[in-house]
Design a protein around this ligand. Structure first.
Ligand code: IPE
Ligand code: IPE
Ligand code: MG
Length: 224
């Protein structure tokens, strides 16, 4: 049985879920947040150590302003209301991506990271304004600047995910089979699960099914 340390998720399909229901895309995002809470709880139950959630890509700035503003207001409300509870649950919160938001949100993100820094039960890495290609380029530029050798170890140690083991599992909901600039380096040997359901419909049972399937998968890492 494979142990599961790290699960990464591309939470896709909120917008379609909202419009399928005859409502707005933003309504889908609101519902999607409920799935986030369910999956966090289920990850704790399963003793998973790292949960990386793709919430906003560097490319998502191309969306309409009203949708972008809504997404960040959801995040602001969520953290303002829930960060103390997450802290009590011994959950650590980390942002991966460039923290370039409005002053209030930047402050709240920094506060949340600091508050939960020492927690060890589950680490949530929230990918926000995250782009994998720019993450890799930044790492290489840093290595060059420091006159270090460009090798696997030095690249890994200069990504946002330094000190975090690579994901065992990647899940993408929303019936699209692509990576959308997410963790291109870190996913080199992850088991990938594409899920047809849209993110707001994804539930604990779907999640556990994937975890069980993963446990039984033979991982080769190039060997036989
Ligand atoms: C959630 O799904 C992803 C983000 C929060 C950016 P989408 O908003 O991409 O939903 P679809 O794929 O358009 O349905
Ligand atoms: C990936 O979803 C980004 C997040 C889930 C945050 P997108 O909906 O932005 O991906 P594309 O544009 O369809 O590839
Ligand atoms: Mg999408």
């Amino acid at each position: 049985m494979n142990p599961i340390k790290h699960v990464a998720i591309i939470m896709d399909g909120n917008g379609r879920w909202g419009t399928n229901k005859g409502k707005s895309r933003n309504y889908g995002h609101k519902q999607g947040l409920k799935t986030v809470e369910k999956i966090i709880k289920e990850s704790v139950k399963n003793k998973i150590k790292y949960l990386t959630l793709y919430a906003f890509s560097t490319e998502n700035w191309k969306r309409p302003k009203n949708e972008i503003n809504y997404l960040f207001s959801l995040l602001d409300n969520f953290l303002s209301n829930k960060i103390r509870e997450l802290h009590q649950e011994k959950i650590k919160f980390l942002v991966i991506g460039k923290k370039r938001f409005n002053k209030k949100l930047n402050k709240l993100l920094n506060y949340s990271e600091k508050l939960t820094y020492k927690n060890k039960r589950l680490q949530i890495n929230l990918a926000l304004n995250y782009g994998s290609k720019s993450e890799i380029i930044d790492a290489i530029n840093f290595i060059k600047k420091k006159n270090l050798k460009i090798n696997e170890k030095n690249v890994s140690e200069n990504l946002y995910t330094k000190n975090i083991p690579d994901p065992d599992i990647l899940i993408r909901t929303g019936d699209r089979k692509r990576l959308s600039n997410f963790l291109l380096w870190q996913l080199a040997y992850s088991e990938i699960f594409f899920e047809k359901k849209l993110w707001p419909d994804f539930n604990e049972r779907d999640y556990n099914k994937i975890l069980e399937l993963f446990k039984k998968t033979k991982r080769n890492f190039g060997k036989i």
